[in-house]
Every structure is written in C-alpha cells, then in structure tokens.
Write a protein that binds this ligand. Structure first.
Ligand SMILES: NC(=O)c1ccc[n+]([C@@H]2O[C@H](COP(=O)([O-])OP(=O)(O)OC[C@H]3O[C@@H](n4cnc5c(N)ncnc54)[C@H](OP(=O)(O)O)[C@@H]3O)[C@@H](O)[C@H]2O)c1
Length: 330
C-alpha cells in the first residue's frame, strides 16, 4: 500500500552554521516526501553519535546548510513510493547512513532510501533500535566483513561499554568468538552480561599481559580499535601471529607505530574503515535485525533526550561516560 503523508510541517533539529552544540536549534520545516526508491519514516528514536558532532563542527562537510543532523533512526514507515517493494506502510524499520549526503534523523520524519534500511521484528524496541545503526553496522563491518572473525577465535574489543563496543561484544559473542573486552570497572558486570568472556579495566598497568593471558592462544586473533593513537602499538604487541586489526577511530589523527617490528613479525593485517563506505547498508542492517529477532543483539539505551535538548545530547556523547547509546525521541 502506498500512503501519502500530506505536506505539512514537522519539527526538526537543524544547524544553520558550523560551531559548538549551541548552533543546534529546533525549526519547523517541510515534511519530506517519499520519492524514487525512498520511504518516509516516522521517527521513534534517533541515535546520537560522535560523527554527528564532526558534521556540526565542520570537520566533516555536510551536503548543505541548514542541515538536519543524525545518521541513525528507527521508527515506522509512514509513506512509500511506487518504486519501493521491500517495505510497506506500518512496518517497523531501522535505518542508517543519513545526515551525510542527505538530511538526517533528528526530526519527526525522515526520507530514507530503501538501500539503507531493514525491517525490524515486530517485538523490537524502536527507541533502542534508533541507536543501533552506526554502532551495529560499524561493529559488523569491522568484525565480520573486514576481520573475518571465526568461531573460537579470540577477539579484543577496546571500550566494550561504548556505542560501537557494546554492539561489537554482542556480535563477536554471537559469532562464537572468545571475547576479551576492556571497560571502566563500573561496567564490567554489564559488559560480561552482553557476552564478553573476560572484561579488563583499560586503565590497568599490566593490560597487555592481561589481554594475552585472557586469549585462547598466544595472543588475540581479531582486534577492534576505536583509539588508534592510544593502542596501535599495543595492538601489535597483544596480537597473535596472523591477527587482523580493524581501526575505526582515534582522538589524535597522527597515528603510528613507535616500532613496527612487532606488527611485521606477526604478519599483522590492518584495515582502517569508515561505515559510510559500506556498499549497501541494508545488507549488514538486515543481519543485525536477524540478531535482534534471535535475542542476540540489544541496543542498550543509556539516556534519551527531546529534540529541544539535542545540544545537551551531543555534548554528552563526547564528554560523558555511559554504557550503550544516547537516543533522541522526537
Ligand atoms: N570509522 C567508523 O566508521 C566509525 C563508526 C563509529 C564510530 N567511530 C568512532 O569510534 C569512536 C567510538 O565511537 P562510539 O560511538 O562507540 O563512542 P562512545 O559511545 O563514546 O564510546 C567510546 C568508548 O570509549 C571508552 N574509552 C574511554 N577511554 C578509553 C580508553 N583509554 N581505552 C579504551 N576505551 C576507552 C569509553 O569508556 P568510558 O565511558 O569509560 O569513558 C566509551 O565506552 C569514535 O571516535 C567514533 O568517531 C568510527
């Protein structure tokens, strides 16, 4: 069934210029329409990600100003076009890859190409699913597509309480890996409950020995690193021979080995990735929704905010400590 949403206004967060969180404001704007291979989603939850702040600041250039930020959403299909055959009005869906080359999800409605969404199980929590896209797809692409993680391999997840980290722990556990995660001590029990076999404090002085000791073999086979400036050399030291490292982020972009022989001596394979390069986001998203349906993947919502509090949500995602995701509820 194709249902047209009448053209009225909706509330959306926008930034009209680059700057700090205070450039975010709520505006009344035209609701989007479903054209081509796109659908319109009534947003139940819009995940807040570090990358949203990079677009706002201008270190990543959005396609236009004023811009509606937000890479992730989940909600209900409100309108489809005649060219769309993968979803119907009323379907619960999750989408990602927005807020970059098109308007994002910090809004009551958002238009999404069907190549960037997947249908959720009816039982899914739509607010939580709003925080799943970037975290889940990044973790899936890193561990499964790039590293080729196999059952029984030892997998190190740095920052297992983070947005990406807590999804990665669950995906690695679902893949049958032996999961070693780091986290602040207050989160150890919850990261273990997500599926980590061993959780280690990232601040401990003997972390490298502890990681190697926790691995099944003589080091870890797969490493997911979101702080390459802190851990690239460390990764080479705790890696097993033939290990695969996937780097997704850093605080300081001048990343390098202090000495490269450990990496060379172990044939360490390194991949540095961006989720935005995913050929078809619907593919990993549909794998993630299968895990959601099987009870193997749950996005943990640390906090929710109203659209009016988007600035506070973006400040919190960069500065505060929390387990899981921050989600805006329009
Ligand atoms: N390349 C890509 O496609 C891609 C995709 C998604 C994200 N990223 C990047 O990946 C990074 C993480 O994203 P996110 O959304 O997961 O952020 P997040 O939710 O803020 O998580 C960051 C995690 O890092 C932990 N952490 C802090 N200090 C640490 C340390 N010294 N060692 C290990 N972990 C530490 C934090 O724990 P505490 O709470 O204890 O501080 C927190 O759990 C960001 O830089 C982001 O831009 C890249």
């Amino acid at each position: 069934m194709v249902l047209r949403v009448d053209s009225f206004l909706m509330r959306a967060v926008r930034f009209h210029e680059h700057g700090g969180p205070d450039v975010l404001q709520v505006d009344d704007v035209e609701r989007p329409e479903a054209t081509g291979h796109s659908v319109v989603i009534e947003v139940a939850g819009a995940g807040v990600n570090p990358v949203d702040t990079y677009f706002r600041e201008g270190s990543y250039e959005p396609f236009t100003l004023p811009m509606i930020p937000g890479v992730d959403v989940a909600g209900t299909v409100a309108e489809t076009s005649e060219y769309v055959d993968s979803v119907e009005v009323g379907d619960p869906v999750v989408a990602t890859g927005l807020g970059n080359d098109r308007y994002g999800g910090y809004a009551e409605y958002v238009a999404v190409p069907e190549s960037r969404l997947a249908v959720l199980p009816e039982s899914a929590d739509l607010v939580a699913a709003g925080g799943m896209g970037v975290a889940g797809v990044t973790a899936w692409r890193a561990l499964i597509d790039h590293a080729g993680l196999e059952p029984g391999e030892s997998c190190l997840i740095h920052g297992g309480s983070g947005g990406v980290g807590h999804a990665a722990v669950q995906i690695a556990a679902a893949a049958g890996a032996h999961v070693v995660a780091t986290a602040a001590s207050e989160y150890h029990d919850r990261v273990a409950a997500l599926g980590a076999d061993v959780v280690l404090d990232y601040d401990r002085d003997d972390l490298a020995d502890a990681v190697v000791g926790a691995a099944v073999g003589d080091g870890v086979d797969v490493i997911l690193d979101h702080r390459l400036d802190d851990y690239l050399q460390f990764d080479a030291e705790v890696a097993a021979t033939g290990a695969r490292l996937v780097g997704i982020g850093e605080n300081d972009p001048s990343v390098g080995f202090s000495q490269s022989s450990a990496a060379r001596g172990k044939d360490l394979q390194a991949t540095f990735m961006s989720m935005f390069n995913t050929p078809r986001l619907a593919d990993p998203l549909s794998r993630l929704t299968t895990l959601v349906g099987a009870g193997d993947l749950e996005t943990s919502v640390a906090r929710t905010y109203d659209l009016e509090d988007a600035a506070e949500a973006q400040r919190a995602v960069m500065e505060d400590s929390f387990l899981g995701k921050i989600v805006l509820i329009p």
